[in-house]
Design a protein around this ligand. Sequence first.
Ligand code: HEC
Ligand code: HEC
Ligand code: HEC
Ligand code: HEC
Length: 402
Amino acid sequence: MLTPRITRTLSFASLAVLCCTSLSGVGAAHAQSDQSFPGDPIAGRRIFVARGCDRCHAIWGNGGTLGPDFALVGAGRSLQQLAGMFWNHTPQMIGTVQVRGFQWPTFTEQELADIISYIYYVKLFDEPGDPVLGERWFREMRCIECHAIGGEGGQSALPLDGYARYIAPLMLATGMWNHGSGMQAQQATQRAPVPSFRGREMADIQAYIREVSSLQGRDVVFLQPPDPNTGRDLFLAKGCSSCHGPSGGGTQSGPDLRSATQLLRVSEIAGTLWNHSSRMAAAMRARGIAFPRFQGKEMADVIAFLYYLRFYDTGGDARAGEAVFAQKGCARCHSTEGGVSIGPDLSQSDAILAPLKLATAMWNHAPAMYTVIQLEHVDWPRFEGVEMRDLAVYLRNLEAGQ
Ligand code: HEC
Ligand code: HEC
Ligand code: HEC
Ligand code: HEC
């Protein structure tokens, strides 16, 4: 049996392999369309290593320990919230960078987008499930009455040993989704309740299958990294958008999916999809829509799309942003009406043209600002919640002269 420690390492290895075998880039090919997701998580991973972030930050325990583990940081926060968290930690970084003689890592806008996207993306991958719990769910959900693993269990459906090739529960979820109607029919005749998944139960079952499967010659199959851009195309092509709207915002025939992705890991989103599959199938039948099946990594892509729905939080309140600008002390050094000031007049700066430009300029200037802030005895401004978003809208309007 694999110890949890080894399983973690394995899973990180899988992430690394995912990321390095397909350097052809998720975002690059899509960068032209402004509909697409700006950051490329695969490129972000390269930057993460190249700029030495891993000297202080780990992913699932692999890497430095001075800063928090990124597998615990990114989930559920929008790009701008993550940019705010980035900014908040600059004083600690500047301090450590000076003491250890590292160079301040500056970024281009694209690089910052890539790395933030990577921090967010890492969280999409589950920490491997717990095989002991998985055995329990496999019994309690009565999977074992119909399916065998490792020679033990019912014979009325195919054994599930083959799924031991995968680490993440995505192919298991795909199998269940595609065979859902047949499975549910048999469950009805055997009076077994249709199982419904909560939390990480699906990941646990996957871990259990990996542990007891009799599959020989186990070459682990590494799926290509899920790609939210492909996922969006599939979301349209499979007809999901006809009920949930093209951006997942919901229509009269299907709910808003942005809140569904508050459950933030692959296994949780996969579980949600499964839990609703029978009612969705009924809704589809009623409208004469064929039940869409998934192949290969298609479901992973759709899940990545759903997961990224929350990442690009738009909107923002300029008046609230003006208050942020005053409260955080920005106005003390940055005049917005000309005149003498310590820092540049931001209404004349390119930095305010887009939220990502602002975050990049702030990050790159952080050491210079840090010096002035210490001389002026001002507290380092920190951002919480939607403050960064509101600030960006306020500053953007300065340029427009509003
Ligand atoms: C010299 C050590 C060090 C390096 C190098 C470093 N960090 Fe950090 N990082 C930290 C520390 C320490 C914290 C915690 C700071 C705090 O609690 O405010 C942190 C926090 C963070 C956070 C906020 C996490 C949270 O939960 O609020 C982000 C995001 C982050 N770092 C990103 C990066 C990125 C990206 C890089 C590479 C460009 C990087 N860090 C390089 C030490 C470092
Ligand atoms: C009442 C019997 C029954 C129960 C209980 C049951 N299944 Fe199934 N399952 C089936 C049948 C029958 C099929 C094949 C359906 C078809 O192809 O139309 C199937 C198909 C599958 C597949 C696709 C297999 C393949 O060949 O790709 C997976 C994966 C799966 N089930 C997982 C599960 C899991 C996990 C559970 C418990 C949460 C479960 N099943 C509970 C009867 C059952
Ligand atoms: C015919 C209309 C229809 C189509 C097509 C459709 N759905 Fe749904 N979807 C629904 C309805 C209705 C619900 C709510 C079902 C319920 O309450 O159990 C739902 C629920 C969901 C949920 C759970 C939402 C939540 O808040 O928990 C997800 C995730 C989802 N759908 C994703 C998809 C995906 C992905 C596709 C394409 C493969 C798709 N849907 C296709 C109608 C549809
Ligand atoms: C103690 C003074 C001080 C405070 C407070 C301060 N800044 Fe700065 N800021 C500076 C200085 C000085 C520079 C120029 C640094 C350089 O040239 O590298 C600068 C540069 C910038 C830039 C880059 C401008 C450009 O054109 O490249 C941006 C954006 C910025 N600050 C935003 C902010 C925001 C937003 C706040 C409030 C959260 C803030 N600053 C608070 C002093 C300050």
